[in-house]
Design a protein around this ligand. Structure first.
Ligand code: ADP
Ligand code: MG
Length: 594
């Protein structure tokens, strides 16, 4: 027996595609608000959206006459015929979101248009209209969704923990907020304000509102490029910034936040040779294409679009990003003469200049030369302008280094350290060596549970999503010797750190912020504990000096003193060798002196 399904069953089936989880409801409702021209959107969530999702906007509103139609399936004000789909300028067009959402929840809508005197309301219980009234409110719309999936236990069962559903919503709002910097977004969870980002003029300002991480400040590059019907506004991270995952890569096409693996890949390709393959850039792309070249009707939740001239778009993106990166890299080449200057002046007055090897001055965005080097008057290094040739290695050293078993001769390409011992020449990979040292120290600290309280806590500005993750993992961080306390809605304090040897000054804020890379959404169910070794690796890697960090002689020697004597250990925690030794005997043999 074949029979036609009743409307409410059809809607519930459709809801299976459109309404996957609370974040997908938030997406549809926020898109409706944006389509209605709102420039202020408030989102209230309870229990990860399972008990409440309420979105209020100041958009155009819905007339009393249209309101009952809005919740019908295939009811839309946005298209009339199939040709309209080819030049669609709104985010919505399927006319099924409200009907689907209403069919799996208790829904209440309150809305007023600018030219009506009063507002209209409608209450629905799992798709059935219960009541309609008049009310008073400002122009705009509020949609209230409660008890999601209460009558669809099969779907309710698939929802993740409140925190994970919340994290998905936060990520979504971050993406949309980046695509619409001129719109004021607020998000509250269980009454607590997690996002409040006022209207902004540029995506750069909006970006820093949402991603206040210290290592991103001044390290995001804005791109603006235009070519034959394609327009790109983008923010990309400078290659100094590295992430071990793709969590902060976002793409919006014609105002739609979408997932597109191929476009993301072509941006990563543009970073080729600037980043290792295991490192990923941060980027946010806002691409405008002619409506005709994209097909938006290929995914029920509109997460993908099909692009007819994909190759052209990819080439445009690649060239735009690559060009900017190449220019940026050319402009940060250090001046070789300056290098001689610092070395020499430092040898003569070591007491004046003994910064920690972790002083991050060398990360100045415009220039790789450490800040301290700018301060040396030109006259001081002009006297040592020409390199000394024909010296004894030991002559080159300040007093304090002369009797070290392994003595630093020089840093090579800001990445390798050339040293000498009484019977050999040695080369160290500065990052790998330092990473291994820190890793060993962290392991020791971890097994001894030794934490030292910080006299002055370090403060961390986080995104709302990161704050939720920190809250969940607070105890696990404590097990690693990092004590965290919440200082405000998106503010955390590091109050204690692992007890490492005093010579090490580690930027713990960066280490904690970078641990998020391992804590991304999907792995939330695993605790830090399950990934103990991964976390130690990541911490060590983030805390270590970088390949390309320019270090002073004192810093180099200190690093070598730390790493040179790790008994029997010659590789970084990932297994790459960090030292190479050439004995004078081997050299003599090579040069046929024996
Ligand atoms: P679609 O967005 O695909 O048109 P929806 O089911 O999401 O379909 O919404 C149906 C209709 O309800 C929209 O076309 C629009 O006219 C109206 N609507 C929904 N939400 C809002 C809102 N926040 N402000 C104004 N109108 C809205
Ligand atoms: Mg819609």
């Amino acid at each position: 027996m074949i029979h036609i399904l009743p409307d409410h069953v059809i809607n519930q089936i459709a809801a299976g595609e459109v309404v996957e989880r609370p974040a997908s409801i938030v997406k549809e409702l926020v898109e409706n608000s944006l389509d209605a021209g709102a420039n202020h959107i408030s989102i209230h969530i309870r229990n990860g959206g399972k008990s409440l999702i309420r979105i209020s906007d100041n958009g155009s509103g819905i007339t009393a006459e249209d309101l009952p139609k809005a919740v019908l399936r295939h009811a839309t004000s946005k298209i009339e015929n199939i040709e309209d789909l080819d030049r669609i300028l709104t985010l919505g067009f399927r006319g099924e979101a409200l009907a689907s959402i209403a069919s799996v929840s208790q829904t209440y809508i309150e809305t007023k248009t600018a030219d009506s005197i009063s507002a209209s309301t409608i209450t629905l219980d799992h798709g059935n209209i219960e009541s309609q009234h008049q009310a008073a409110r400002e122009t705009g719309t509020t949609i209230n969704i409660e008890n999601l999936f209460a009558k669809v236990p099969a779907r309710r069962k698939f929802l993740k923990s409140d925190r994970q559903e919340l994290a998905a919503i936060l990520r979504l709002i971050q993406e949309i907020a980046l695509a619409y910097p001129q719109v004021h977004f607020e998000l509250f969870h269980n009454g607590q304000e997690l996002i409040n980002t006022p209207a902004r003029k540029s995506i750069l300002e909006r970006f820093y509102d949402l991603f206040p991480a210290k290592d991103l400040q001044n390290n995001m590059i804005a791109i603006s490029n235009e070519e034959e019907g394609m327009k790109l506004q983008a923010l990309i991270s400078s290659p100094i910034v590295k992430r071990s995952n793709r969590q902060q890569q976002m793409i919006a096409i014609n105002g739609r936040t979408i997932k597109d693996y191929r476009l993301a890949k072509c941006i990563e390709d543009a970073y080729h040779s600037f980043l290792l393959t295991s490192e990923h850039p941060i980027f946010f792309l806002q691409l405008q294409l002619e409506p005709e070249v994209i097909d938006v009707n290929v995914h029920p939740r509109k997460m993908e679009v099909r692009i007819s001239n994909l190759e052209t778009v990819m080439s445009f993106l690649y060239r735009s990003v690559r060009g900017v990166l190449e220019k940026q890299i050319l402009s940060v080449k250090p001046d070789l003469n300056a290098e001689f200057g610092i070395r020499n002046s430092e040898w003569h007055s070591p007491a004046q200049f003994t910064p920690s090897i972790f002083s991050k001055a060398e990360n100045h965005p415009q220039n790789n030369i450490p800040y301290s080097e700018f301060r040396i008057p030109h006259s001081e290094f002009s006297s040592v302008h020409s390199p000394n040739i024909g010296y004894e290695a030991n002559e080159l050293f300040p007093e304090q280094h002369a009797n070290k078993p392994i003595r630093v001769l020089s840093q090579i390409t800001n990445s390798y350290i050339l040293c000498t011992t009484d019977k050999s020449l040695m080369l160290f990979d500065q990052h790998a060596a330092h990473e291994r040292f820190i890793y060993e120290q962290l392991k020791k600290t971890r097994s001894e549970h030794s934490t030292q309280a910080l006299l002055v806590p370090t403060s961390l500005s986080t995104t709302a999503e990161q704050s939720a993750l920190l809250e969940e993992q607070q105890e696990n961080f404590a097990n690693f010797g990092i004590s965290l306390e919440q200082g405000g809605p998106n503010q955390w304090l590091i109050t204690g750190v692992p007890n490492l040897p005093k010579s090490l000054e580690i930027d713990w804020a960066t280490v904690v912020m970078n641990s998020f890379d391992i804590l991304h959404q999907e792995s939330l169910t695993h605790s830090l504990q399950d990934h103990e070794d991964d976390i130690l690796h990541t911490m060590a890697c983030k805390a270590a000096v970088k390949f390309n960090d320019k270090l002073s002689m004192t810093e180099l020697q200190r690093l070598i003193d730390d790493v040179a004597y790790l008994p029997g250990i010659y590789t970084c925690p990932h297994g790459r060798p960090f030292r190479l030794e050439l004995t004078f005997n081997e050299l003599d043999r090579y040069f046929k002196r024996h």
